[in-house]
Design a binder for this molecule. Structure first.
Ligand SMILES: *Cc1c(COP(=O)(O)O)cnc(C)c1O
Length: 395
């Protein structure tokens, strides 16, 4: 089947919820992807911040093959070694005490919301608890996650959502404070907003929200599905702020391509919320997913991925700042670590398509925002190649 036939086949049968680019990806090597016509792309999208460790990763592939041959699925009625090891490692790394593995990001958010409601229910037996979420946030497409997503375009046609959700302005503490009442059970936010345009939380904002949550016994849920796992130059973005969430959600780079997410919490929260029977998943944390997480964390450690991101962030930021200097159409550069945005004065989609023609994959995050979330293993030469192509395309 040639490229055109594959696209035609897909279009005839897929539910039309995506406007895909007319490219069929075939294989990858390091930081490059190749399409079915043999064209090479430098990848600064990483499958939406997922594939952190580079394509054609032999050790990762071998770990998955070995687990595939041994055992792929067990259900959660039994224990399995990879999931137990993954659980031990991810709780130790994050400073959280308990983890539940899911199959996606949105399911991790569902679990976090259920935890917050159960925590409050355990305290006062009320069933009408409210959640404060942020404008321009993105938490996923299933009902709970969609209900706390601050994007009416995604949310409204599917209403009503899951009960009272109040939206505050991100990085405006007063707007959060005003929405708190005796029914508030959680504040949910992304430590660095992703889909909403790459906006890191301000230090004072996050500290104030943390203090408010402590004072009122409200759970702080940090969604680090996109900004966690080394992306900002710390294993978890919240580490940069010197605070800790009560509940943490992860996915995307956690399995580097094997569908796996997680919600994690402190022992204090776990003891007062989820008990046997409260939550479950047939697949969640199966041996294959567990093996992926274990191998991903092993490579993060061995290859010193976090240190690498931190060391190379100034290089990436300088090259993007230089693009801003050279091109009037670039209004702002912002971000943290390898999670960067260029805000343009024009639709970013056009730039994305022009970059593809030149062999570079970049993403958008909102209409006028170009999003760069490369694999975490990029080197200086890859940054130079990216900025060379964007220089041409923006000009
Ligand atoms: C991608 C994303 C999600 C949803 O994850 P899925 O795996 O697509 O369900 C939730 N929150 C944030 C911050 C994300 O970036």
């Amino acid at each position: 089947m040639n490229t055109e036939e594959i696209i035609k086949r897909g279009e005839q049968s897929f539910l039309h919820t995506y406007n895909r680019y007319p490219i069929v990806l075939d294989h990858g090597e390091g930081v490059y992807l190749y399409d079915t016509d043999g064209k090479r792309y430098l990848d600064f999208g990483a499958g939406i911040a997922v594939f952190a460790l580079g394509y054609g990763n032999r050790e990762y592939n071998e770990a998955l093959k070995a687990q595939t041959d041994r055992l792929i699925h067990t259900s959660n009625l039994f224990y399995n070694a990879p999931a137990a090891e993954a659980a031990e490692k991810i709780t130790a790394l994050s400073g959280m005490d308990r983890v539940f593995f899911t199959n996606s990001g949105t399911e991790a958010v569902e679990g976090a919301i259920k935890t917050a409601r159960k925590y409050a229910y355990t305290r006062d037996r009320n069933t009408d608890h409210e959640i404060i979420a942020m404008e321009h946030s993105f938490h996923g497409r299933s009902y709970g996650a969609l209900s706390v997503t601050g994007n009416a375009h995604y949310r409204e046609p599917f209403g009503p959502g899951i009960g009272k959700i109040r939206f505050a302005e991100f990085n405006n503490f007063e707007s959060v404070k005003q929405l708190v009442n005796e029914k508030t059970c959680a504040v949910i936010l992304e430590t660095v907003q992703g889909e909403g345009g790459i906006h890191p939380a301000d230090r004072s904002f996050l500290h104030s929200v943390r203090a408010l949550c402590d004072e009122r016994d409200i759970l702080l849920i940090l969604d680090e599905i996109q900004c966690g796992m080394g992306r900002t130059g710390s294993m978890f973005a919240f580490e940069d702020y010197g605070i800790r969430p009560d509940v943490l959600t992860l996915a995307k780079a956690l399995g580097c391509g094997v569908p796996v997410g997680a919600f994690l919490m402190s022992e204090r929260v776990a003891e007062r919320s989820m008990i046997p029977g409260d939550h479950g998943s047939t697949y969640g944390g199966n041996p294959l997913a567990g093996a992926a997480v274990v191998e991903v964390l092993r490579q993060f450690d061995e290859r010193k991925i976090v240190e690498h991101v931190r060391a190379l962030t100034p290089v990436l930021e300088e090259s993007l700042d230089a693009l801003k200097e050279r091109h009037d159409c670039v209004k702002e550069r912002r971000g943290a670590g390898f999670m960067q945005a260029l805000e343009l004065d024009r639709p970013a989609g056009e730039v994305v398509k022009a970059a593809q023609k030149e062999g570079l994959i970049v993403l958008t995050a909102g209409e006028k925002i170009l999003r760069l979330v490369p694999p975490l293993v990029i080197e200086k030469k890859d940054i130079e190649e990216m900025s060379g192509i964007l220089d041409k395309v923006l000009g």
